[in-house]
Design a protein around this ligand. Sequence first.
Ligand code: NDP
Length: 332
Amino acid sequence: MIRTILLKNRPEGKPTPSDFEFVTDDVDLNIDAGELLLETAYVSVDPYLRGRMSDTKSYVPPFELNKPIQSGVIAKVLESKNEKLKVGDFVSGMLDWKTKQVSSGEGLIKVDGSKAPLSAYLGILGMTGLTAYVGLTQIGKPKSGETLVVSGAAGAVGSVVGQIGKILGLTVIGIAGSDEKVQLLKSKFGFDAGINYNTTENMTAAIAEAAPNGVDIYFDNVGGPISDAVLFNINQFARLIICGAISVYNNTELPKSISVQPFLIKNSALMQGFIVSNYAEIFPEAIKQLSTWLAEGKLTYTETVVNGFDEIPNAFIDLFEGKNKGKMVVKI
Ligand code: NDP
């Protein structure tokens, strides 16, 4: 028996469980030469999947209606006619939301569960860790002594950005959605200060207070009013790294934002968006560095692990409610 999750409707605003459909097939999967039979072990749910659920032009094509959704998956090889992988190996790759599936092996990377927990290859040693590393180092170009502000700071990307900032000698301020998360930023991830945007009336003033020397680097995971407030605090030659804009992903109308141009002009500041996959040439260096920092205990991580294939859509929806700390993964 194979279970699959299809995209039933393109969500209007925030996704709901009825946008997804579960189907069950009673078929035997057979593999041909070169192929693998995979069993899903962990599924990554990520905010960017929301973009693929809409029928709009982007850097990747939208999901098709009534077809399986795909995301980062860790899977176990159950059968192999592919010389590169053997039964019992674990792989990471972009795979369907299915309990079992056949793969040609293309795009799969073998992962070693004895070196790190398997789920870590979806987070700190996977896409979100790489996003933190490449965004901060390649666009942020941090210099020791500078001040870094991170939004979405207690999430998968943000919690790693802040820690790398500390390793590189920055003063790091995190913005997150609850007092518990702000506490976690300081106690577990070593941030110097944190701001709860849900209980702070004047974010511009709160950032000014937390960053008395101004903001040199802003790692933006959320966009919207939080990011507007950061703009009022940027320094000359600030770098604004535009990684994500989760606060507007579910908007049904164009957001009303302030004009960024005067802030950039007055401060000779750089604002640059990026997509992590465009930095593939530095992934080996990045993974080596992240693994070393992890082994040295300089870097740590948190996961919110949800159990069960049935819970994949809910775990995805919960990202927009801030229910995760660190990387949200579903264990099958
Ligand atoms: P997270 O683990 O940070 O999860 C999402 C978090 O966003 C929630 O926990 C919540 O935390 C916060 N959030 C939800 N709604 C809002 C809102 N309206 N306003 C402010 N914060 C909100 O996700 P990731 O770390 O995986 O991704 C972070 C960002 O980076 C996303 O925007 C994502 O799209 C982007 N991204 C971009 C990539 C790229 O290549 N450019 C690659 C990977 C991710 P809280 O409780 O603090 O509100």
